[in-house]
Design a protein around this ligand. Structure first.
Ligand code: SF4
Length: 262
């Protein structure tokens, strides 16, 4: 794998939608992903696919373990001794963090959005788009088949954005807020370079794109307008809360996305 063109750490603040990413050839995760897709093409059945996933995960795990061990060896650090000493402190802070996350209103709000959209997806059936409307428009010559197909492609795109981001919003808000809880007092690292701030910036992007997708979708499919209003209200509240919590998020510079123009 060629590594000289890769952008370091780009995958930390992206939406993980590699298929649509302009940096797929310049990201270590994107390059791995493409190799996986190539192998996936040769898979003939479910058994082979499960084996491929298991093998890939084991391979990645082995590579990461080896990399970490080498890093410690080069610095003459005894990893096992550190793990032994750190275990109790880690366990205490892990429990403290879990309790904080359970009670935090922003995390609860993000989770609520995720769960509500998941339930909505489960409830929604094919009848939510009225085919009669399209047949009539076609019969009356109001719209051509191509135009109708284009509209369906747009609907599909907005739904994909909503689906893809609804779980990501929950996990990324959790990461930003808990990261802030852990690192807010870290004086060794400037705030504008802290991981939680980059994640908060990403949350803002995911929320804005989801808001746009809901608005555009409800314009094309008025049948969902009532549901869309509920989701938009949740997203807007989440957006406001995140801005209040992370007023400097916009200033964070994400590698690649904020440094290389489209
Ligand atoms: S930066 Fe792009 S290619 Fe890399 S993990 Fe994120 S979405 Fe995928």
């Amino acid at each position: 794998m060629a590594t000289d063109n890769l952008i370091s750490g780009i995958f930390n603040y992206c939406d993980r939608w590699c298929e649509r990413c302009r940096f797929i050839d310049r990201c270590a995760v994107g390059v791995e992903e493409q190799m996986f897709w190539e192998k996936e093409k040769t898979v003939k059945n479910e058994e082979e696919w499960k084996k491929l996933v298991t093998d890939t995960l084991s391979e990645n795990f082995a590579q990461t373990t080896e990399m970490v061990q080498r890093w410690f060896e080069e610095r003459g650090i005894d990893l096992e001794a550190i793990l032994e000493q750190e275990h109790d402190a880690y366990e205490r802070s892990r429990q403290e963090l879990a309790q904080f996350a359970e009670n935090d209103e922003t995390i609860k709000l993000a989770k609520k959005y995720t769960h509500k959209v998941m339930r909505w997806k489960g409830r929604r059936n094919e009848k939510w788009i009225n085919p009669e409307k399209y047949i009539q428009q076609f019969d009356l010559g109001i719209r051509s088949e191509v135009e109708i197909r284009e509209e369906f492609a747009q609907i599909d795109n907005y739904l994909s954005i909503i689906n893809f981001y609804c779980t990501l919003i929950g996990t990324k808000v959790h990461r930003a807020v808990t990261g802030y809880f852990q690192d807010k007092d870290d004086q060794d690292w400037p705030e504008l370079k802290r991981d939680y701030l980059g994640t908060a910036k990403l949350c803002g992007i995911l929320i804005t794109r989801s808001i746009n997708a809901w608005i555009s979708l409800s314009q094309l499919v008025p049948e969902i307008e009532e549901d869309a209003i509920t989701f938009l209200a949740l997203l807007q509240k989440l957006q406001r809360t995140m801005k209040e919590k992370f007023p400097n998020a916009e200033k964070f510079i994400r590698p690649g996305f904020d440094t290389i123009a489209e």
